[in-house]
Design a protein around this ligand. Structure first.
Ligand SMILES: Nc1ncnc2c1ncn2[C@@H]1O[C@H](COP(=O)(O)OP(=O)(O)OC[C@H]2O[C@@H]([n+]3cccc(C(=O)O)c3)[C@H](O)[C@@H]2O)[C@@H](O)[C@H]1O
Ligand SMILES: Nc1ncnc2c1ncn2[C@@H]1O[C@H](COP(=O)(O)OP(=O)(O)OP(=O)(O)O)[C@@H](O)[C@H]1O
Ligand SMILES: [Mg+2]
Length: 272
């Protein structure tokens, strides 16, 4: 099996999706897992970006259906800005579209800044902007798990195939979640699902950004990655891409394998 096919299979990517069917499969997954675990619903950080807009709406649809079927479940959306978010208006638009049962705001600025100060004291050097960015992503994870713990809910993750293939997430940060309703979807397929859900164009045409850096607010993922989502999507659906892009993608996939596995133990073989 060639590397591309191996990756496509490992990430469960389908060449084509039927959006209405795909929505049903993913809402059913959220409902089934919620019932099976006895959880009281879901928690998810809403950034204003495409992925959390989609996963948030799927979560809200799932709890509404569960309640209609007699199972009490709630979706709690969490705004997790670091100070004032430059694209706060997009986050508010996402919330209007998702219509969560409950929405709360947890500003991560103060805890992140306290952490950065403590780090400086401990290591006699300051944390780089890049690593502070990962602390922000992990602080968001801590906040989501605190809310999930208090309300006996599960933390929804927004990882999908176009992020998984490059390992473009913070390990145990936004990568730390209980269930992944968008797994296997390309970025474009996620967009198709938002269109099927009648989301406003602005919500799915928005430039993807991790927005983790103080020095480069709203930096496009594609700038940091040096790869376009359109090219990642082409590769993921089995099409040919330029040889340099192919080797860049496959190299990143191999180097980030540790992020797609649970912490490695002496009984694991995958890393050998
Ligand atoms: N081979 C290996 N086996 C086991 N563990 C290994 C390892 N290599 C590194 N590690 C561990 O992994 C750590 C590095 O991983 P990690 O801490 O995640 O850090 P890293 O991958 O360096 O950075 C995270 C990247 O994800 C991007 N990101 C984050 C959050 C959201 C989004 C978004 O798409 O919106 C993107 C972010 O911009 C950045 O480029 C190392 O410090 C080390 O502890
Ligand atoms: N400012 C924020 N407020 C709330 N949640 C956030 C924030 N930034 C990141 N997150 C959480 O971290 C996840 C990962 O961020 P990521 O940027 O990959 O997704 P996104 O912003 O939803 O979509 P996109 O990748 O298109 O920007 C988000 O889906 C969201 O759950
Ligand atoms: Mg984003």
């Amino acid at each position: 099996m060639n590397k591309q096919t191996e990756i496509i299979n490992a990430l469960h990517v389908q060449q084509k999706i039927v959006p209405s069917e795909e929505l049903r499969v993913r809402v059913n997954f959220l409902k089934d897992y919620c019932r099976k675990t006895g959880a009281k619903g879901f928690v998810l950080g809403i950034s204003g970006g495409q992925d959390s807009t989609l996963a948030g709406r799927l979560s809200q649809l799932a709890v509404e259906e569960l309640r209609a079927e007699g199972y009490e479940a709630t979706f709690i959306a969490i705004r997790l800005p670091y100070g004032t978010q430059q694209d706060e208006d997009d986050a508010q638009l996402a919330l209007q579209f998702i219509k969560p049962d409950r929405s709360l705001t947890f500003n991560i600025e103060a805890p992140v800044n306290v952490f950065v100060e403590a780090y400086e004291k401990a290591d006699s050097k300051s944390l780089t902007d890049f690593h502070k960015g990962n602390v922000k992503a992990r602080m968001r994870m801590i906040a989501q798990y605190a809310v999930a713990g208090e309300h006996q809910c599960l933390v929804v993750g927004t990882d999908h195939a176009a992020e998984a293939i490059t390992g473009f997430f913070t390990k145990f940060g936004d990568g730390g979640a209980d269930l992944l309703p968008l797994a296997g979807l390309t970025k474009g397929q996620g967009r198709e699902l938002l269109i099927e859900l009648h989301a406003e164009e602005r919500l799915y045409l928005k430039t993807p950004t991790a927005d983790l850096l103080d020095n480069k607010p709203l930096q496009a993922d594609e700038t940091e990655l040096g790869l376009e989502y359109a090219v990642l999507d082409e590769y993921l659906v089995g099409n040919e891409v330029a040889p340099e892009a192919k080797s860049q993608i496959e190299d990143r996939y191999t180097k980030t394998q540790h992020k797609r596995e649970l912490p490695v133990s002496p009984f694991d073989q995958w890393w050998k």
